[in-house]
Design a protein around this ligand. Sequence first.
Ligand code: NAP
Length: 290
Amino acid sequence: MSTEAEERMAIRIDGREVAEQILANVASRVDSRRRRGLPPPHLAVVLVGHDQASETYVRGKRRDAERVGIASSDHRLPETATTAEVVELVARLNHDPEVSGVLVQQPLPLQVEVAAVVEAVDPAKDVDGFHPLNAGRLLLGQPGILPCTPAGILRMLDHYGVVLEGRRAVVLGRSNIVGKPTAVLLLRRHATVTVCHTRTRGLAEVCREAEILVAAAGRRHLVRPDWIRPGAAVIDVGVNRGPDGRLSGDVDPEAARVAGWLSPVPGGVGPVTRAMLMANTLQAEEERRP
Ligand code: NAP
């Protein structure tokens, strides 16, 4: 028999379950292309230097690709690489007919100009969805490649049947890769969206208005249970590593006592973001060779 306290807990938005569904769909589409005699999509990953976390992410991407029948290759440059060297490598991959998608793993060493590298990626192969052309298309509501984390957040909400149309949504964070594109996607789905940042006054009150709250500030447990509107759908994007190496999100887990839905960290947005990269790589290939 469940206790009263258990009955009040939020529904856990299981990112692994959502990711599995996305990956199964990608695998079956890749397989049907293979049966039509088409080559597998190919993800090329550029890695500059030896950032430990990046190495782990790249290994994960290789494993995901293998699982769904997508080919992948790593292209490494030393820590001392210049912007021109990275751009040149990207240009080579843009022109390689074998390559469907190009991803430049961030962070890049300080001497490398991130914007120049992002703009160097062919928008048709921009599986991160960071190129200004794809960002512009997103804003204008035109078809294009969507950034993985924001697109994944929408998939999570849809998977759990969270209604967006007409609802009050608050996005905590305004970065170009998470906050802004998530706000635009929610707006495209007819939510009424507020975007918060470090200069927002009365942050707790603004968050309390949210029927959908996306926390992407990168501050451990910034969002307290009393910031949550009862029954709200809360997506915790934050990934914060504590001194003990453990990961925690931007939302205090006690928020589960107030929210209607809550995505955990780890096991929430992370796996869905990874799965969306595979979906984007397949999309790029499908658009290139229908
Ligand atoms: P970011 O570029 O550092 O942006 C953080 C945003 O949050 C900024 O707009 C900042 O405001 C705002 N912010 C920070 N502290 C705040 C505070 N105390 N009050 C109000 N606003 C605050 O980070 P990001 O790249 O968007 O990533 C956000 C988090 O998501 C990070 O923890 C990152 O690791 C995680 N993430 C996870 C995934 C995944 O797949 N799971 C993917 C991407 C990112 P200002 O603009 O005013 O500075």
